[in-house]
Design a protein around this ligand. Structure first.
Ligand code: UDP
Ligand code: MG
Length: 325
């Protein structure tokens, strides 16, 4: 093989002080073997993105960088921007200094040994390599059920995502350049990357349990993530509303004929229950539909303002360090 290329790992971290040392150790060991095998260049770095943590995450990152600048870099965001924005902040910061980047969570749920395979697939000509979960043995029944339901519902609602793929993926710098052209504020990376195209493939891995600390994605956040994913990628809910409106119209025509018949037959005494039921049903449906439309209006509002999606306060990187000196 010719000259090895440069790999940057982008690892978003929000209150990850319990796992950070372990993650850093495991990634460093992985980098050492990859460099030895001539699969990645010695300019490759592991970038931890601190997403406004309230614990000592950032000071651990600073410490890692000052002790081993040849392995560890750090990005400090000015405030908590959320997982997707933190990942994007990392990718946009490194897009011009790497040949390929892999995004991975900090909690060691994604299998580090998959990195070798991803890199090999990159050399085979793939611009995007998706990490796909082969099993969910360690997830609780509830997490498995809700997570798999998530992918199915997404598909049903018209947002095409890679089944059982989260945000563990390799992207070439070429893909990152194209990604920088996506200006949307409502980020849903796993929907955006497939839109970019290029040659891609999947690699399969078993997802582990979180190494330490607790999940930052409780059910409430997962639900809003799903709503965000659907409304960012599909207008199918709006079309469903139109169909629903049409069905209601047909039903009301039938009801009209029926009430006319009842009137003519002179049976029009009772009718309280049917009136009440339709008022509540139609009222509820209208509110639901307004809510769905509101979701989209809210999105447009956020997009129109074009606020920055993240603010990088610091970028610790030995390339920068030497420039400063
Ligand atoms: N994360 C982040 N900002 C946030 C929330 C989470 O950068 O506001 C990071 C977190 O540190 C982790 C990754 O996103 O590396 C995924 O979060 P988590 O493991 O809690 O989610 P789960 O795996 O439970 O879905
Ligand atoms: Mg996790």
């Amino acid at each position: 093989m010719s000259m090895p290329e440069t790999l940057y790992m982008v690892v978003p971290c929000y209150n990850e002080q319990e796992v950070l040392h372990e993650t850093a150790n495991q990634l460093k060991a992985k980098y050492q073997t990859l460099i030895q095998q001539n699969l990645i260049s010695s300019e490759s770095r592991i970038v931890f993105v601190n997403d406004g943590s309230k614990d000592s995450t950032w000071s651990i990152i600073q410490e890692l960088h000052s002790e081993e600048p040849h392995f560890f870099s750090g990005i400090n965001l000015a405030h908590n921007s959320g997982h997707q924005n933190a990942v994007l902040a990392g990718l946009m910061t490194v897009k011009d200094i790497c040949d390929m980047a892999i995004t991975m969570d900090a909690d060691l749920q994604d299998d580090i040994n998959t990195i070798d395979e991803m890199v090999k697939k990159y050399y085979e000509g793939n611009q995007v390599v998706y990490g796909v979960r082969s099993a969910r043995k360690t997830d609780t029944f509830f997490k498995k059920f809700t997570a798999e339901g998530f992918y199915k519902f997404m598909k049903l609602m018209g947002a095409d995502v890679v089944y059982n793929h989260a945000d563990f993926r390799l992207m070439s710098s070429r893909v990152l350049q194209e990604l920088s052209g996506f200006r949307e504020v409502n980020l849903f990376l796993r929907g955006m990357i497939p839109l970019i195209g290029f040659q891609s493939c999947n690699v399969y891995y078993e997802r582990h349990e979180r190494f330490a600390g607790e999940s930052k994605y409780p059910l409430k956040k997962m639900l809003s993530f799903a709503v965000n994913g659907i409304t960012s990628f599909s207008t199918k809910p709006l079309k469903l509303i139109t169909s629903l409106g049409f069905i209601m119209f047909v039903v009301s025509l039938i009801a009209f004929i029926w009430s006319f018949v009842v009137k003519v037959a002179d049976l029009s005494v009772s009718g309280w229950s049917s009136t009440m039921c339709s008022i509540w049903l139609i009222g509820g449906l209208q509110l639901l539909c307004l809510g769905i439309i509101g979701e989209y209006v809210g999105k447009i509002y956020a997009e129109v303002k074009q606020r920055p999606r993240f603010i990088v306060a610091d970028f610790l990187n030995d390339i920068n360090d030497s420039e400063k000196k």
